[in-house]
Design a protein around this ligand. Structure first.
Ligand code: FAD
Length: 407
């Protein structure tokens, strides 16, 4: 039997950041990270991989280089949570006990929920920026596109980075326009929802991009099945009268974003709420039933935009509240739901959507956030990756006292 004072489940954006901040605060803390993957990816870079701006390698690091010094890496997946025993069971059968648990194993991208997708993906003109290899394939398709129909899909919310399904659509449209090929192309956005973006404030600049490129938008269209050999996609469509019908569309290329849920291991555990997310208090990020458990990132039940930007703000709050809980003190730090989504409306131009709980717009800069800007493109392509690898992952955010939000 293994025991650590603090066990972190998931060594992704959240797990590494929290571990680094804890170690920065107190190098003597006994911390273990349970993480099965040898590699970690900077997922916000995948949109840029799909657009030919970043290479896949630029988004990839070896996990062992990221785990902070003095933190034990347990190279296995958690197979079950047993919070009543203060323990997790690993995929190899071992049990790991803890005093405090930080759960941040991310979410499940449900590729199998779309019939035929697993077979068709990565060939037949079927791509997705939600996996590094198939993001590379997105760029291959965009580069070689010589007219025809390109479909883009978006499932029901929540998904990580809600803007990602449309970001790549604008970049492709811009690429075609620069090559004078846009008029030979028919681009179509098929989304399960009823609005271009969840926060109404940011819809006008997106509508402008859609109109400017001549993109068709099909609301309440939910991708159900895909056939790579015939290049057809089947959508279930909810009509104005509420009736559901099916519609088949032919494509030359399709960018797919599958539905996303809590991980099976989370859904099956006492940590989950009815929807399958780890049920925490939205402000202090502590589990509502288990006071020695905290959660953050994509796995948590909080209603913020599931982004690395949110993780960056959540991590120091979790760390401060965990340290307080360890001393038996009240939890004083509160998360306001900040998340951000850099919407790439063209190469070199970004609308930086920043917002908190309830869709409250919370810009970091004293500029109209609805205006596409080159400065925000530089932020996305240069500053944010640096911030992630060299600041967040080194625990630097914890040194900024009581920061409410940021990028
Ligand atoms: P992850 O970083 O996914 O890490 C979860 C970790 O848990 C993984 O390492 C995984 O291997 C591990 N794990 C899984 N199961 C288990 C288990 N059973 N036991 C132990 N460990 C396990 N965010 C932005 O801020 N801006 C953007 O522009 C942006 N764009 C995006 C574009 C795309 C295409 C995608 C896919 C994401 C984007 N994001 C963006 C979202 C961002 O990457 C995530 O929100 C962020 O990575 C969440 O961090 P996390 O630690 O919760 O999850």
């Amino acid at each position: 039997e293994v025991k650590h004072a603090i066990v972190i489940v998931g060594g992704g954006a959240a797990g590494i950041t929290v571990a680094a901040e804890l170690k920065r605060h107190d190098p003597g803390l006994d911390i273990a990270i349970v993480e099965p993957s040898e590699l970690h990816w900077y997922q916000p870079g995948w949109t840029l991989v799909g657009a030919g701006v970043f290479s896949r390698k630029q988004t990839e690091r070896r996990e062992e280089k990221l785990i902070p010094k003095g933190v034990t890496w347990i190279r296995a997946a958690v197979a079950s949570f047993d919070p009543d025993e203060n323990a997790v069971r690993l995929s190899d059968g071992r049990q790991v006990r803890y005093d405090f648990l930080i759960a941040c194993p991310g979410l499940k991208i449900d590729w199998d929920a779309i019939e035929g997708l697993t077979d068709a993906l990565g060939r037949n003109g079927v791509c997705s920026n939600y996996r590094p290899d198939t993001a590379e394939y997105t760029w291959q398709l965009i580069k070689s596109f010589r007219g025809g129909t390109a479909l883009f899909t978006q499932p029901a919310m929540p998904i990580k980075c809600a803007g990602a399904p449309q970001k790549i659509m604008y970049l492709m449209a811009d690429h075609l326009r620069r090559n004078r090929e846009l008029s030979a192309a028919s681009l179509e956005f098929n989304l399960a929802g009823e609005a271009l973006f969840g926060v109404p404030f940011f819809v006008p600049p997106l509508q402008k991009a859609v109109d400017g490129y001549g993109i068709k938008v099909a609301y309440k269209h939910n991708l159900k099945a895909i056939d790579g050999s015939t290049k057809t996609a089947l959508f279930s469509v909810t009509g104005a009268d509420g009736k559901v019908s099916e519609v088949e569309k032919r494509f030359d290329m399709i960018h797919v974003v599958p539905p996303q849920t809590g991980l099976d291991v989370v859904r099956a555990s006492p940590l989950a709420n009815a929807a399958g997310w780890i049920e925490v208090d939205p402000a202090n990020l502590r589990h509502v039933r288990y006071p020695n458990i905290f959660a953050l990132g994509d796995a948590a039940s909080t209603t913020n935009a599931k982004t690395a930007a949110a993780v960056r703000i959540q991590a120091p709050i979790v760390v401060a509240n965990l340290l307080a809980a360890m001393k038996g003190e009240p939890l004083t730090r509160a998360y306001d739901g900040y998340g951000s989504c850099p919407l790439t409306v063209a190469y070199g131009k970004i609308v930086l959507a920043e917002f908190a709980y309830g869709g409250k717009v919370t810009p970091s800069f004293p500029l109209d956030p609805r205006v596409p800007r080159r400065s925000m493109w530089l932020l996305k392509t240069k500053l944010l990756p640096w911030l992630y690898w060299s600041h967040m992952f080194k625990g630097g955010e914890f040194d900024i006292p009581h920061r409410a939000r940021g990028w």
